[in-house]
Design a protein around this ligand. Structure first.
Ligand code: NCD
Length: 462
């Protein structure tokens, strides 16, 4: 396969915010410290970015995210250029995302991108000559919303570690949930996932929670949550830290004394298949005063990234437990801190400014990403699918753009030129750099590989 994918040398040294994992925990805390200072005395920050420009490229609707980014840049003394509806831009004439990003890089010092396809921000950062902020890419991630969510929890509860946080609603397509659970796990919170039936957390997110953050998932029956989601099947995720709850082997004994937070999400209907629209037409759960009347919710803060539809009762607006409007308001100081950080305006601890390399070696393959909404689907004129190894048993690849995982049916070894079934234990013997993944046996044969004889034990890796 020819390599059409290219990255610009200059862009590889830039700092971007595409995933919440582009920030270390120390950096996140530093962003919060700066946001605290901004909230106390915004006048100190009015001349941080004079003469600099933020460009908003929004291929999907937005109110809070776009306006709070633009407000933030203006409050830092910078200017804003805004493509609030990319349908009115050259994208509608068929311009590629890569070309748009290259061009707008010459007009601005930082790009804020929202796009309906998963992995789009990862593509944008390859072609941009300035920092890119992911303001939501399909159902994948929304890291700056997570910063607002986490900051709100920290301000209201004084800590994140050890909190019991209930995540409700559409956990499948809510990008805010995906970035948020990674961050909560990293900071040692316990996650209680209470999905709308049929809209459970995607496997790739659960896999990453387990593999990367060492959280232990358990299926639990939790009567306490029945007032929120009567038909739900809750999942409890316990990080390595704090340790106390990890001690439970029979998870049904887990008795959460009180819920510290409930994070409510709307049905992400714009991402639903036709079948899902029917499944979810009625009976989406609802959080209101009645649902939160139990003793365990007495000190529960209620978060929502907004906009709300019917899943969050208006009767909660005056309830002191509701913090969703403060959460939205905090978007300004938090995003001011993010912009300043990406433009090198604040002194972040030297050790922490190293870009976090999450990317491991690419696996050679001819297969496509099986996420129909991956950016590689719509930008295939110049973009090839790329994968890294997600796990060996079963052999599973992860798309470097959208993070979707795909189990591989056939695997070749470039050294022996043999191929094996992906589920075969023989695959464990192949060194990562020699792996070649195939969607079908015919593809392996067409590429010149031959079926492997069953090997005996004790042979060295190929
Ligand atoms: C969220 C989004 O766009 O993902 N909104 C936001 O940025 N505050 C949540 C949503 O649309 O449901």
């Amino acid at each position: 396969m020819t390599s059409r994918n290219s990255s610009d040398d200059r862009s590889s040294t830039l700092r971007h915010l595409v995933s919440i994992d582009d920030l270390t925990n120390e950096e996140i805390l530093e962003i919060f410290a700066i946001a605290d200072r901004i909230s106390k005395d915004p006048s100190e920050f009015v001349s941080i970015c004079p003469g600099q420009i933020l460009a908003s490229l929004f291929y999907e609707p937005s109110t809070r995210t776009r306006l709070s980014f633009e407000s933030s840049m203006q409050r830092l003394g910078g200017g804003v250029i805004s493509a609030a509806d990319m349908r009115a831009s050259s994208a509608s004439k068929g311009e590629s995302l890569a070309d748009t990003v290259r061009v707008v890089s010459a007009y601005a010092d930082v790009l804020v991108l929202r796009h309906p396809r998963e992995g789009s921000a990862n593509v944008a950062k390859r072609y941009a000559r300035v920092p890119v902020v992911n303001a939501g890419d399909g159902s994948h991630e929304h890291p700056t919303q997570t910063l607002c969510d986490l900051y709100s929890l920290k301000v209201e509860k004084g800590r994140i570690e050890g909190l019991d946080v209930v995540l409700t609603g559409d956990l499948k397509y809510s990008r805010t949930i995906h970035s948020f659970v990674y961050a909560l796990a990293r900071f040692g919170a316990n996650l209680v996932c209470a999905p709308q039936p049929g809209f459970e957390m995607p496997d790739y997110v659960i896999h990453r929670l387990k593999e990367q953050y060492r959280v232990e998932p358990h299926r639990v029956e939790m009567q306490d949550l029945s007032s929120i989601a009567p038909r739900m099947d809750a999942m409890y995720f316990t990080p390595e830290r704090p340790h106390q709850l990890s001690l439970f082997t029979d998870i049904r004994e887990v008795n959460v004394k009180k819920f510290d937070a409930v994070y409510v999400t709307r049905p992400q209907r714009e991402r639903y298949s036709e079948a899902e629209k029917i499944t979810n037409a009625n009976a989406y759960f609802r959080v209101d005063r009645l649902a939160l009347s139990g003793a365990k919710f007495r000190e529960t803060v209620v978060l929502h990234p907004l906009p709300r539809v019917d899943e969050l009762g208006y009767d909660l607006d005056e309830d002191p437990r509701s913090i969703y409007f403060q959460q939205a308001a905090r978007g300004v100081p938090v995003r001011m801190a993010v912009i300043g950080m990406l433009l090198g305006k604040f002194n972040f601890p030297a050790a922490a400014v190293e870009p976090r390399a999450r990317i491991s070696a690419r696996v050679r393959t001819t297969i496509e990403c099986n996420n129909q909404n991956c950016i590689t689907e719509s930008e295939r004129r110049y973009l090839n699918p790329e994968f890294v190894l997600a796990s060996r048993e079963p052999l599973c690849l992860r798309c470097v753009f959208c993070d979707a995982e795909r189990v591989v049916e056939f695997v070749g070894c470039s050294s022996t030129r043999h191929y094996h079934a992906g589920a075969s234990s023989e695959v464990n013997r192949i060194k990562a750099e020699n792996l070649v993944a195939f969607a079908t046996e015919e593809e392996a044969i067409a590429a010149g590989f031959t079926a492997a004889a069953i090997r005996g034990a004790g042979q060295t890796p190929a």
